[in-house]
Ligand binder design. Sequence first.
Ligand SMILES: [Zn+2]
Length: 141
Amino acid sequence: MQTIEELERQRSHLYQDLAQSGDLRRGGVGVTYRRCGRANCACADPDHPGHGPRHRLTRSVDGKTESKQLHPGPELEKVTREVANHRRFVTLSQQIVEVNEQICEARPGAGSADRRRFRSPQPPHRPPKSCLSISGRVLPR
Ligand SMILES: [Zn+2]
């Protein structure tokens, strides 16, 4: 099992990485090819891929899907980088929460036994797998 010092070091590295996330935005960049529907156009040929590629940024906000076309070149490159930064940010955030939970459990005086006694009479709302591994002291990596 990792010591608190090791976990804290891991956590501060993650925070440093997080601080270097750069510009980030939600969503994903998708590529579409499209047939214009004109019978005499090259794209009417079944072997033709269709007009494109067209790149769109699509994101879901409050249940609504928004989409905007991206111009190839600098705009596409910029937005692709920004959504990749967001994915990395989300992954790092999850890792930070996980290492924090390990620190919480490892910190003396956490009273995990008390909490288990307190929780046990209640029916679990959703049995979280992560809690099992934490209380079982099975630490990843
Ligand atoms: Zn066409």
